[in-house]
Design a protein around this ligand. Structure first.
Ligand code: PLP
Length: 436
């Protein structure tokens, strides 16, 4: 009997001849976990079907944007309508204004917004704006936080780079990163030290409020509070990179979660992406009016984009935000996410496997560790082989989680109780195969 052809493998081989590593973004290559990436044929709701026609329950959701699940009818209709009116104009449209108004409505620390096409662009532009607005050069970022692949931020970045085991990317001259200070996440003493040394030269601190590029690690409340205080004290800007957490953990983003615990808390600049585009290339940065008015054409900080505020992307984003802003949306989503992590925890316990998990809204992380890590080195104490075995155990059973132990997971509104039960049943078998 001949073995059936694995069409994912066939496509991967073909892709590797014409695309470096066969993928257009490194983590898709399965380099960390080994094996063949699944080539997606189509997706609907909580599922996608790979090139072999096999169904997978999708906990990546395009790495965060697909909060409604794939192919939500209202979003599909909005995109179809927008397409008929034109793909791109390079001139302003009403939908850009509407999207900016909606973002500001739900994230009030953003008094003005500029739309761009990717999280990388938004993060890079936010840093330039902070430097331009303060007239300072130095920036602080944290080990394990990823803010896109702009040169000055590829300093011990997490995510894809960790796979390659490099602290920085080749091709980034040392002079470009000499102003970037990389500190340990959740280390208040180190942050204070850095401000004592460099406070007067610091343009900004950029951080993921809940870091999804080292799986799922929350900034502790004292850490967030101190970062805010130190920035204010020294005239530096606090940039929250909410590309992942924005409209994902709550309607007001992670900053609204921290504002419940730190009275008056707000960042100076917020970076958004993923959910605000609903799966189309769209991202944004915004903040205080006085800071945002430093941008061209009003001010001296240059920033631009041919496809910025694209009419199809803004239609997709607006239709997505119309759904997530329905009453009770995040409560239901958080309930599904907690049901998933509780189910996984139960399955791990039955198998005697070390396990812990955390979640906020529709974003979650789990670790094969006895307790939740607080920073990147602690995350990386995870036994890689065991994680990889678990990943493949789940994948074989039609459950698709991130192919790297340092990535967060995402539940969508389309994930039903039955999907979660099916996932937990798969996990039970995968944990049992893993052994203690
Ligand atoms: N910032 C964060 C927190 C991210 O998670 C990502 C991507 O995953 C980015 C920025 C970069 O966004 P993009 O991949 O759209 O360039």
């Amino acid at each position: 009997m001949t073995r059936p052809t694995d069409l994912n493998d066939t496509l991967f081989q073909r892709a590797r001849r014409v695309i470096p590593g066969g993928v257009n973004s490194p983590v898709r290559a399965f380099q960390a976990v080994g094996g063949t990436p699944r080539f997606v044929q189509r997706a609907q709701g909580a599922y996608f079907w790979d090139a072999n026609g096999k169904r997978h329950i999708d906990y990546i959701g395009s790495w965060g944007p697909m909060i409604l699940g794939h192919g939500h009818p209202a979003v599909v209709e909005a995109v179809q309508q927008a397409l008929l009116d034109g793909f791109s104009f390079g001139a302003p449209t009403e939908r850009e204004v509407q999207l900016a108004e909606e973002i500001i409505r739900y994230v009030p620390s953003m008094e003005m917004v500029r739309l761009v096409s990717s999280g990388t662009e938004a993060g890079m532009s936010a840093i330039r704006l902070a430097r331009g607005a303060t007239g300072r050069s130095k920036i602080i970022k944290f080990n394990g936080c990823y803010h896109g692949h702009a040169d000055s931020l590829l300093v011990k970045a997490g995510s894809g780079l960790a796979t390659f085991g490099h602290a920085t990317s080749a091709g980034v001259p040392p002079e470009v990163v000499q102003h970037t200070l990389v500190l340990e996440y959740n280390d208040v003493a180190q942050l204070e030290e850095a401000f004592a040394l460099h406070g007067d030269n610091l343009a900004c601190v950029i951080m993921e409020p809940i870091a999804g590029n080292m799986n799922f690690v929350r900034a502790s409340v004292p850490f967030m509070q101190r970062a805010r205080e130190l920035c204010t004290l020294h005239g530096a800007l606090l940039i929250l990179d909410e590309v992942m957490t924005g409209f994902r953990v709550a309607l007001g983003g992670a900053q609204s979660v921290y504002a419940q615990q730190i009275p008056g808390f707000a960042p100076d600049i917020t970076v958004l992406g993923k959910v605000i585009g609903g799966g189309m290339p769209l991202a944004a940065f915004g903040g205080k009016r006085a800071v945002m008015e430093q941008l061209a054409p009003l001010g001296p900080v240059y920033q631009a984009g041919t496809l910025s505020g694209n009419p199809v992307a803004t239609a997709c984003g607006l239709a997505t935000l119309a759904q997530v802003s329905q009453p009770g949306f995040y409560d239901r989503l958080a309930g599904s996410t907690r049901a998933l992590t509780a189910g996984l925890a139960g399955a791990a316990k039955e198998a005697g496997v070390d396990f812990c998990a955390d979640s906020e809204g529709g974003m979650f992380g789990f670790f094969l560790l006895p307790e939740l890590p607080q920073n990147y080195p602690a995350v990386m104490e995870t036994d890689r082989e065991r994680f990889n075995a678990l990943f493949h155990g789940l994948l074989d059973r039609g459950v698709y989680i991130a192919p790297a132990l340092y990535e967060a997971g995402f539940v969508s509104a389309a994930h039903s109780a039955a999907d979660i039960e099916e996932t937990v049943a798969a996990a039970r078998a995968a944990f049992a195969a893993l052994g203690r």
